[in-house]
Every structure is written in C-alpha cells, then in structure tokens.
Design a protein around this ligand. Structure first.
Ligand code: NI
Length: 184
C-alpha cells in the first residue's frame, strides 16, 4: 500500500514521535509499505511521521546513491526506536531535500559521523557507527522523529528568505509526482 506523504505544515511533522513495542500491529507490513511509498516518490529515506504516524520508525534505502558513496552499498534498513548516542567529527555541508518539502533543496550542516542504537524489525538491538552520506540520511530521518525539518537547520537569514516559499508549499502550491496530503 502506498501512503500519501504529509507535507510541510502538517501538525504531525512537528510532534515528538513515540517509541513502539514489539506488539505494534502489522509492523512488518507497515515497514514494507513505507519502503513502497518511498520508492514511488523516488526518496532515499522516509520517517513514519511523514505518513502521519507519530512513531519512532524510519526506513532508508541509500543503494541508489552507491556510485556517489560506495559505503552505501547494501544500505537498506528500517530503524526502530533509534537513539543517536554520539555525534562525532566535524560539521559538513551538503544539499538536502525532503519528500515533505517538495522541490526545495538547501545545503544543511550536519555532523559527519554518528553512533546510533536501534532495534530492527525483529526487535533485535543494534549499535552502529555511520559516516558520510549514510550518517547524513540517518540524521535527516531521525530529525523527523523529533519534529524537526531540515529547513529548521538553516541560517536565520536563509530561513527568512524561504519563509514565503514554505508557506506556499504548505498550501499545496507545488507539483509532485507522488501522492501527498496537505494540512487543512
Ligand atoms: Ni525528510
């Protein structure tokens, strides 16, 4: 099943999402539907709040970017109840976009390396270190769980310049090739 993607301005994108337990209903189906939703919108990551669910779950498939960063080979995962426990190394800038903010790309500064704890879809715990593009994608999706959009991380001046554009996006003034949902 393909979900509509909630667009900037939807209240669920601003909520702090909650951890889930192993008895969460139809979790594996949900994860598979999130991947499907992400693929049909050409995304490389999707967080549950972006489909209207305020739970700490996101999926990533970075394998399409393997040519840019060989470390992304095979990087396809669901992260549940994730916690970034360490942010390491220097800040790096790179262009980001978001399915919830169609047609907008801006350079965002983030840590180049992170350590993250999470459980997988079988609730098996993992602790891993990521760097490069993988660390960036994870931090972007993780932010969604805390109600943070990538535009929040821009400079005050840049945010001011983008204000009217973001308002227009929140009202549906954009074109997207995928199913989406704007706030009423
Ligand atoms: Ni996003």
């Amino acid at each position: 099943m393909i979900y509509p993607v909630y667009i900037y301005g939807s209240p669920v994108l601003r909520k702090v999402a909650q951890d889930i337990t192993p008895d969460y209903p139809n979790l594996k189906q949900l994860i598979s539907d999130m991947f499907e939703t992400m693929y049909q919108s050409d995304g490389i990551g999707l967080a549950a709040p972006q489909i209207g669910l305020s739970i700490r779950l996101f999926v990533i498939d970075g394998t399409a970017l393997e040519e840019d960063d060989p470390a992304l080979k095979g990087f396809k995962k669901a992260f549940i109840n994730a916690q970034i426990i360490e942010r390491l190394d220097e800040m790096v800038r790179y262009s980001e976009g978001c399915l919830s903010i169609p047609n907008l790309h801006e350079e965002v500064e983030r840590e180049s390396k992170i350590r993250i704890k999470y459980v997988d879809e079988n609730f098996q715990p993992h602790e891993e270190v990521y760097e490069g593009m993988a660390a960036r994608i994870i931090q972007h999706e993780y932010d969604h769980l805390d109600g943070i959009m990538f535009t929040d991380r821009l400079s005050a001046i840049r945010k001011q310049l983008l204000k009217s554009k973001l308002t227009a996006i929140s009202k549906g003034k954009f074109s997207a090739e995928y199913k989406y949902k704007i706030a009423k």
